[in-house]
Design a binder for this molecule. Structure first.
Ligand SMILES: [Zn+2]
Length: 158
C-alpha cells in the first residue's frame, strides 16, 4: 500500500524551490520570492498567518458576546446563591425567635408576647442583627395568631 505524502517544505528549502508546491500558502511565498526581495517575502508570509493581523470585527464581537454570556450566567448563579443564603439566615433568625417566645412564656406563666419588643431581653446582643430580614433589612414582626415572629419576605415554615 502506498501513501502519498504531501511535500512539506523545511526552512532549508523554503526559498530554494519554486513552482512545485501543491500548497497555495507557498504559492504566495514563491510569488513574493520571484519579486526578489527577501524583506517583502517575510512580510507577506507573516501576513498570511492568523493572529499577526490582529482580530477581525467578527472575532472581537464573538469574544465580547461569549464573555457577556458568561458574565450573565455568573451573575444569575451569584444572585440565586445569595438569595438562598439570605433565606437560610432569615429562617435561622426566626428559629431564634421561637426559642425567645418559649423563654418569654416560661417567665410569664405561659402568656404569649404581644409585640416583638417583648422578646428583646430574650434575644440579647444580637437583636439589631436578627430582628431584621437579611435580604432587605425589613423589620420582622410578631404575629399574635401564629405566636411567632414572621418576616415579610420569608413566610414562616415552622
Ligand atoms: Zn426574611
Amino acid at each position: 500500500m502506498f501513501l502519498t505524502v504531501p511535500h512539506v517544505p523545511t526552512h532549508a528549502d523554503r526559498y530554494s524551490y519554486r513552482d512545485h508546491s501543491p500548497h497555495p500558502i507557498y504559492w504566495l511565498r514563491l510569488d513574493s520570492r520571484s519579486e526578489g526581495r527577501e524583506g517583502t517575502v517575510r512580510h507577506r508570509e507573516h501576513a498570511t498567518h492568523r493572529g499577526d493581523d490582529g482580530f477581525s470585527l467578527v472575532e472581537l464581537t464573538a469574544v465580547v458576546l461569549i464573555i457577556g454570556i458568561l458574565a450573565i450566567i455568573a451573575l444569575v448563579v451569584y444572585t440565586r446563591t445569595s438569595a438562598s443564603a439570605e433565606a437560610a439566615a432569615c429562617y435561622e433568625n426566626q428559629r431564634a425567635f421561637i426559642s425567645a417566645v418559649a423563654l418569654y412564656q416560661a417567665q410569664n406563666d405561659g402568656a404569649y408576647p404581644s409585640t416583638i419588643e417583648d422578646l428583646r431581653p430574650y434575644i440579647g446582643r444580637t437583636w439589631e442583627r436578627i430582628s431584621v430580614c437579611p435580604s432587605d433589612g425589613a423589620p420582622l414582626t410578631y404575629d399574635p395568631a401564629l405566636h411567632q415572629v414572621v418576616c415579610p419576605n420569608h413566610a414562616p415554615r415552622f
